[in-house]
Design a binder for this molecule. Structure first.
Ligand SMILES: Cc1ncc(COP(=O)(O)O)c(C=O)c1O
Length: 441
């Protein structure tokens, strides 16, 4: 049975897909918190590249990927799509399970797909340094790599709990020449405020974003880069779904269910959006399932309203699912899923009934990850393992009902830097969350 579906390099898609062209209504715009009026895109120039701001609001259905970006993508793209034959056998399921694997990128996840694009546009527009935040370290290492490729400096605020749990991710960023600072830090007003209230703060993505934005607003030549949530980030990630569409065609399949983990929604969006377009065109019913941690259940327990993207209230107000911008989730190992908000595109698709969501406990997630690793060989990133566990549950349901569902998993990265977490799980040291952390929101 064929297990690997690999596209030849000549078939690397040359365009990103912009779902904004195909939504029934336009997304509510980001608001300026002082005036409550839509943000003037020019005001965002202090942070982002001109081109990414244009992409944020573009309604062109397809956007050409610049040759300078394609050239770097060719280092690892197209990425493989696998059929999880061993997993199917282990689960004794009639479901056919496929996974699109982004762990073959230089830094081990989907994050370079947008890091390379963002760094490229900044280089073209004359930026000298980029600053950003990172949770698990996947985004920080992707941006550090991309900055090095284009000769930009890079400063990364790394959420303290991950800085301590994952020293090798920090070293990886330093290998690419980046400076890495644990957040909250005494370097910024935002960090100092949090430390004054709680000197032992484990940090959060919201706090680290505030620190990175503050630095870029205060230091000339420095701009900011965000690894998720925004429309242009999901746009860049659609390279994943465009390839997966072609590869599922090679396998002679179209999925009934597409499953991905959600932090801010970028790998999930990147994978599902091209399938959303094609399902509409081909009048196919596809279930899109977003998987989040119980510790940070933005979609399943959050509200839909305007909120800040960061803790210190430096970003515009964005209409999205949110647990509140001051929410600090418990320090679960899947650091990349500890974000209080959600991509407005995903929020919109949840409201439209296109996307469904489920929240899982990390102990169940680890159990799924170990089963997957034993069958398929790949040890998933803990973020990606959320999608794996949800897919295993779906496949087990199929075993009971006899349904031959085609399930496509977004395997957004490998977990080679997550061994301390796997050790804690194997030694039975991971507690289940017994109370919902959401009452703090
Ligand atoms: C491997 C991996 N998957 C998923 C995520 C979650 O981010 P997003 O929802 O933007 O894909 C992260 C974030 O760091 C990650 O590192």
């Amino acid at each position: 049975m064929k297990r690997v579906f690999q596209l030849p390099q000549e078939e690397l898609p040359k365009r990103w897909y912009n779902v904004l062209a195909d939504l029934d209504q336009s997304l509510p715009p980001p608001l300026d918190p002082r005036t409550q009026e839509p943000v003037d895109p020019k005001a965002l120039l202090a942070l982002f590249s001109r081109e990414c701001i244009a992409q944020e609001v573009s309604t062109d259905r397809f956007i050409d990927i610049p040759e300078g970006v394609l050239e770097v993508y060719r280092l690892w793209r197209p990425t493989p799509l696998f059929r999880a034959v061993n997993l199917e056998r282990r689960l004794q399921t009639p479901a056919r399970i496929y996974y699109k694997y982004e762990g073959t990128s230089p830094t081990g996840s989907h994050k370079p797909n947008t890091a390379v694009a963002q760094a490229y546009y900044h280089k073209v527009e004359g930026t000298k340094r980029l600053t950003t935040e990172t949770g698990a370290g996947q985004w920080g290492s992707a941006l550090s790599f991309a900055c090095h490729v284009f000769g930009l400096k890079c400063l990364v605020y790394m959420v303290r709990v991950s800085y301590e749990q994952k020293p090798y991710r920090r070293i990886m960023m330093e290998v690419y020449g980046a400076e890495v600072v644990p957040s909250p830090s005494p370097n910024t007003a935002a960090g100092r405020r949090v430390l004054a209230e709680n000197p032992n703060s484990t940090g959060s993505l919201g706090i680290a974003i505030s620190e990175a934005i503050e630095t870029s607003l205060n230091e000339p030549g420095t701009k900011y880069s965000l690894g998720s949530v925004l429309n242009h980030v999901l746009l860049h990630q659609t390279i994943v779904g465009e390839e997966a569409l072609l590869q599922m065609e090679m396998a002679g399949e179209f999925p009934h269910v597409v499953v991905g983990c959600v932090g801010g929604g970028s790998n999930f969006g990147g994978l599902i959006l091209p399938f959303f377009r094609e399902a509409k065109k081909r009048q196919r019913l596809v279930e899109f399932l977003a998987v989040e941690p119980i510790a940070c259940p933005s979609i399943t327990k959050g509200e839909i309203r305007y909120d800040y993207g960061d803790t210190a209230e430096l970003t515009p107000l964005i209409r999205m699912h949110t647990l509140g911008h001051r929410f600090v989730p418990p320090p679960i190992h899947a650091g990349g899923l500890r974000y209080h908000g959600m991509a407005p595109i995903i929020t919109h698709l949840v409201e439209e009934g296109v996307v469904k969501a489920v929240a899982l406990d990390q102990v169940d997630v680890f159990e799924g990850a170990v089963v997957f690793a034993q069958c398929e060989g790949i040890i998933p990133a803990l973020e990606s393992a959320h999608a794996v566990r949800a897919a295993i549950d779906l496949a087990r349901d199929c075993a009971k009902t006899g349904e031959e569902k085609v399930i496509l998993i977004g395997l957004s990265g490998h977990g080679h830097f997550d061994m301390a977490a796997y050790r804690d799980f194997l030694e039975g040291r991971l507690p289940r969350l017994t109370t919902s952390p959401v009452s703090q929101a």
